[in-house]
Each structure stands twice: as structure tokens, then as C-alpha cells.
Write a protein that binds this ligand. Sequence first.
Ligand SMILES: NC(=O)c1ccc[n+]([C@@H]2O[C@H](COP(=O)([O-])OP(=O)(O)OC[C@H]3O[C@@H](n4cnc5c(N)ncnc54)[C@H](O)[C@@H]3O)[C@@H](O)[C@H]2O)c1
Length: 378
Amino acid sequence: MKIMILGANGYLGWPTSVELSSKNHKLLLIDNFTKKNILKEYNRQPLLINKSMNSRIKLLENKNINFKNIDCSNYTGFSRAFKSFMPDAVIHYAELPSAPYSMFGHKEGWRTLENNLKSTFNLITCIKDFNPNCHMIKLGTMGEYGTPNIDIEEGWIDVAHNKRKQKFLYPRQASSLYHTSKIMDTDLLWFYVRLYNLRVTDLMQGPVYGIKSNNKISNENFFPEFSYDDLFGTVLNRFIVQAVAGIPLTVYGSGNQVRGYINLIDTVKCINIALKNPAKKGSLEIYNQFTEQFSVNELAAKVKKALKKVDIDVMIKKIRNPRIEAEKHYYNASNQKMKKLGLKPSLLTDEVIIDIAMFIKKHIKRINKKIIQPKSGW
Ligand SMILES: NC(=O)c1ccc[n+]([C@@H]2O[C@H](COP(=O)([O-])OP(=O)(O)OC[C@H]3O[C@@H](n4cnc5c(N)ncnc54)[C@H](O)[C@@H]3O)[C@@H](O)[C@H]2O)c1
């Protein structure tokens, strides 16, 4: 297949590119390094600094891979690349993925909304105008649903009202501007799909953890840059960095907040499943992409228990919650669709936590303790 990967230098984009490169696809990778630039602007650093994209691509066996530095929110540049490549499928990761960054202030909030909506709008309009058969695979987030007091379905819900029934998008209630941008994306995509008979898969993913796209990879050129800072790090990755750095794991508020989590290995497997099972024409296929549900307290306890086995003594500290969010709530989300299509989850075992910790320990000198504590609150 001819596949475009937008946001190919990111935490998920680079491992996805590496995995798809082994499958003989023709790939066009796109990124404008906006995350790298934002990290610099806010004095945050990832744990790894990758070599240039072009030198990493040369290390891959597949020679049908090109990279272009293009801003997906710029229609002229993006549409030119789309038209000349004419993809069969596009994997869209090119968004600003941070709740705390989006809530930092007016500039950051608008930058998130503008970047994410423009990138999504440019892509769906290119598909409509130039290649309506192209399958778009878009990353959404479980955070779009919020924490409703009913079970969370996979994207859609049947509503019965005054003796009539209709299927609607499952209600969405964001808790940050970042999550709001993802809800707006979903609405936009559903609008285009139903008007123009397009095919879109929207993956409602939970927070991702890990560093490898599969267990056999050890060459760090194929690992993504790994963020652990307060703006771009995800909770479990941050906890393991805190543990290795000998500082307490920062549990926000009561720690009873429950979410669905997923290993990076499974993110890549789900992308492969989505590629093999394209949405039908006129259909917005939505999957809940997580494998296990944990409270923040459970995550912290799991890290403490696992790392005791390798003599890392983990401290846990509850701090004032910097976010406005429910700390005690019902949470029961469905995640059957990916499993029905063949996903065998890689679960959060002690070995998985130890493996991530050993990778972090190897780079312990690069940990900057000043960028870990939360500085953005709302
Ligand atoms: N990492 C997670 O835990 C997680 C969980 C749920 C959903 N997601 C979603 O998955 C996607 C990827 O997340 P990630 O963690 O890899 O983020 P990331 O920030 O590491 O990667 C995104 C990449 O896209 C690039 N990018 C952003 N805007 C761009 C633009 N306008 N033009 C070109 N490139 C652009 C960035 O430079 C970056 O390299 C996002 O849409 C995010 O919302 C991530």
C-alpha cells in the first residue's frame, strides 16, 4: 500500500513508521518538528535525542520511504504532497497531544485548537477532493468521552426517545482544550464521511506507555524520543522516570481517577489491524483503543511493586490535583472491537515496567528533575 504517516517523528509516529517499513509498503513520512520546537521553547527535553529523520530512514531495509518536512496545517504545502503521492491510506498523528500544554494559556490553547483542526480539515478535504477512496486512520483519545456515569461504548450509542430510536455519536465531554480539539475533529470527520461517502477510522486511544514498537527491537535509532516532562509526558512513563530518578511518584489528588491504558507495542498492532480492516465507504468506524483500566493509585502501586524486584525503592506522594477533573467516578469502557479483529494485548506486567525502567536507567544522566513537577494547572 501507499501510506502517508503524518506526525512521523512523534512518540507514536516513529515506531509506527519503523514497523510499517518492514511490510513492503511505500511510505511518505511527514512532520514539521513542531513538538521538538515547542519542547525547546518551553525548556523541556526528551530522554533521547534522535538522529535526523533522513539518517534514521537510511537504516531501514525498505528503500521505498521518503520524508518531507511539511506543516499539515498549511493547505498549500500539504495538498501538494498529498496529490503527488496519492495515498491508499493516511495515518494522522500530526496534532499537539497535550492537555497541560493546551491549558497553559491563551497562546497555547489556540495553537492546539488551530493546529489540530487545520491539520484534520486539510487532510479530510484533500481526501474528498483528490482521492475519496483513501482510508483515513485518525488518532482520537478516550479523553473525548470524559468520565460519564454510564458505560462508555465504542464511539456510538443508540438513543431511544419518545418511542423512536437513532444511533448517535456517543456523548463527548472534554476536560481540556486538547481533548476539545479531538472532539471537534471527530465531529468534523463524521460530517465529511456522511456528506461525501468517505472512509474514516477514529481510534479513541488511552494514554500510551513504553518505548518499543515490538519486543525484538534493541537499536535505539528505532525508539521514539521519550518525553517525561510535565507538558508532554504520559502518566506511566513519567512515574517510571520519577522512580528511576529517586523522586516520589506524583499522584494527582486522591488518585482514584480511572483511565484505560495501552502499551506502545499494541498501538502499532492496532494501526496494522485498522489498515487491514478499512472503514466502509460512508462509515466512521470508531474503536476504543486501550487494553486495561487502572486508577492512578493502582498504577503507582504497580510501579512500586515491580521495581522492588530490581532494588529500586519507590516513593509515592499525593499532591494537590493541578487539573479540574472528577476524582471519584464510575468508569467502564468497552474495548472489544480490536480484540475481535485479532488484537492480543501486551499487558502491564512487572517485566514490562522493569524493561522500561532499565531503558531509562541507561539514560539516567539525561533526566532533568526540574521539568517533572506539574507547572500548568487549571
Ligand atoms: N501518546 C499518547 O499517550 C496518546 C494517547 C491518545 C491519543 N494520542 C494521539 O496520538 C497522536 C500522536 O501522539 P504522540 O504521543 O505521538 O504525539 P507527539 O507530539 O509525540 O507526535 C506528534 C507529531 O506530530 C507532529 N506535528 C504536530 N503538528 C503538526 C503539523 N501541523 N504538521 C506536521 N507535523 C505535525 C509533531 O512534530 C510530532 O512529531 C496525537 O493525535 C495524540 O492526540 C496519543
